[in-house]
Design a binder for this molecule. Sequence first.
Ligand code: GNR
Ligand code: NI
Length: 167
Amino acid sequence: MPLLNILQFPDPRLKLKAETVTTIDTEIMTLVDNMFETMYEAVGVGLAATQVNIQKRIITIDVSEDRRHPLCLINPEILVRKGSLIWEEGCLSFPGVYAKVNRASEIEISYLDNNGEQHLLKADGLLCVCIQHEIDHLDGITFYDHLSPLKQQLMRKKLEKNRRRAL
Ligand code: GNR
Ligand code: NI
């Protein structure tokens, strides 16, 4: 199965807003499979379709230790947000850099799974942070957008430095 290319900051396509999925057909099911393969290969805990240049509201997640608990969220909606926490986040579109971001500490969401069945889910901890990070991607927002201008500048410099080293 082909691995999908993950867009890297500052690719302007990371700012596009994803559209609601209307029918879960074989094309969507194949995309979900390919997103899981891409996410596991890249060793990420989540991946949003926006990051692989597909503007559809689809997220793959696996926050388990054994990496054998895939979770696919289609058209996710946050219904309830409670509390706040600060978590050190990373992002596959920003390799090698990390930053503390403020998020809700508990959420309740609705979503469709890859069979089109509707679910409600309560989340806290890493899962809660990851879902908020991924839904942001679907709205064209990255963790960079949550940072102060100073921290944004620091992150851009670190990314440049990492890229020079990778050449
Ligand atoms: O792999 C990832 N780790 C992570 C760690 C803390 C908070 C969020 C994340 S998501 C990230 C993968 C990614 O970029 N998803 O969009
Ligand atoms: Ni990300």
